[in-house]
Design a protein around this ligand. Structure first.
Ligand code: ATP
Length: 361
């Protein structure tokens, strides 16, 4: 007898048609999403796109207006935060300022009536996990740096032993360098803790570094969910592509039998995905590393003429800003293949259809 296929693992959290309205305004619009046990899922989107509202529903601070949220198959729409196996780590961290690191970490254990010695042992274990020296146990949290407080907050969250940790922009108050360090640490801690992390941020860069999957929100809707690689290489819409930053987006419109892009020499050569065969407009996304200078030796199917007005050295790579009419495009070369011209020179840039991603306008 053939073995039956393994049942699909139950998502730890499942959202079906989840909607949240405030009066006539929908902050979150009918979201369907499975959050997998143990994954690091990041929700990104611009300010006001509904990320916090979504997280508050997941954490139990708001109930959905419509739809259902389930935890391991059990509906939890109205279950209060304290009765969920989840924990929220805030941007402000919400540590007790006049208490020691140890007292902060032990707080959840005290609430659970864990005995003193066991509490301390667990707190020291958690300190090790978040890579703080044991001597920090007796230190006042106010004497800790921003990054250290971040770790204390995480250790305290882990002391609740939740199945899911929610993070609401925890790194936004840190300076750039520390933020970069903490991104990597959070990713390591996720792996070491084995917990499910759901993280919200408006920084796609942050999301890219840490996440197993990313969900992109726009105006209350979840417009794309995928691995960082999928979001980067196959954005589903112009919005997602532009949200990634540092991409070139050309607006294409249907013109008779073919397609037209402003500024292009001749009709556009595009590889249209099946979903856009009958569309009247599309956005053509070309990453800076796929845009190139066109000269006597190298031609391209799509060409635009403009002026190079800036050049940035980025270590092993060089970026060029090229102005074509009113628009500016970004082109990137490895230093070894640097362009021969200088800022102010006219240049023709181009790309082949296979180097572009065509998405909904
Ligand atoms: P940010 O990145 O700025 O925190 P966000 O993506 O987290 O934004 P939300 O805070 O979820 O966005 O807000 C989404 C929309 O819902 C906003 O337009 C906001 O004004 C609105 N909103 C949120 N909470 C309420 C509320 N309690 N009453 C009325 N409107 C609300």
């Amino acid at each position: 007898k053939a073995p039956s296929p393994l049942p699909e693992a139950l998502p730890i959290l499942q959202l079906v048609g989840v909607r949240k309205t405030f009066g006539a305004f929908a902050a979150v619009e009918r979201i369907d999403l499975d959050i997998r046990d143990g994954e690091f899922l990041t929700i990104v989107g611009p300010s006001g796109s509904g990320k916090t509202t979504l997280l508050r529903m997941l954490a139990g601070m708001e109930a959905p207006s419509e739809g259902d949220i389930s935890l391991r198959g059990v509906r939890i729409n109205e279950t209060p935060p304290a009765r969920r196996p989840t924990c929220l780590v805030f941007q402000s961290l919400a540590l007790f300022p006049h208490k020691t690191v140890g007292e902060n970490i032990e707080f959840p254990l005290k609430v659970k009536k864990v005995a003193g010695a066991a509490r301390k042992a667990r707190a020291l274990e958690l300190l090790r996990l978040v890579q703080l020296p044991e001597s920090y146990y007796a230190k006042n949290v106010m004497q800790c740096s921003g990054g250290e407080r971040q770790r204390v907050a995480l250790a305290r969250a882990l002391a609740y032993d939740p199945d899911v940790l929610f993070f609401d922009e925890p790194l936004s108050a840190l300076d750039y360098k520390l933020k970069k360090v903490m991104e990597k640490e959070l990713k390591d801690l996720h792996r070491l803790s084995g917990k499910t992390f759901v993280y919200i941020t408006h920084s796609l860069e942050e999301a890219m570094v840490m996440s197993d999957r990313i969900g992109v929100m726009r105006a209350g809707r979840l417009v794309q969910v995928g691995t960082p690689e999928e979001i980067y290489t196959r954005p589903s819409t112009k919005f997602v592509a532009e949200f990634m930053g540092e991409v070139n987006v050309f607006d294409a419109v249907r013109s008779g039998e073919g397609w037209r892009i402003d500024g292009l020499d001749g009709p556009a050569a595009l590889d249209l995905p099946p979903g856009l065969r009958t569309a009247d407009a599309a956005a053509v996304v070309v990453r800076p590393e796929f845009l190139r200078f066109v000269d006597g030796q190298a031609d391209a199917q799509n060409r635009l003429s403009g002026v190079v007005f800036n050049e940035y050295a980025l270590g092993s790579r060089i970026q060029y800003q090229v102005r074509v009419g009113e628009k500016t495009f970004l082109l990137e070369l490895s230093r070894a293949n640097a362009w021969g011209g200088k800022p102010g020179d006219a240049a023709t840039i181009g790309w082949d259809a296979r180097d572009a991603i065509v998405v909904a306008a």
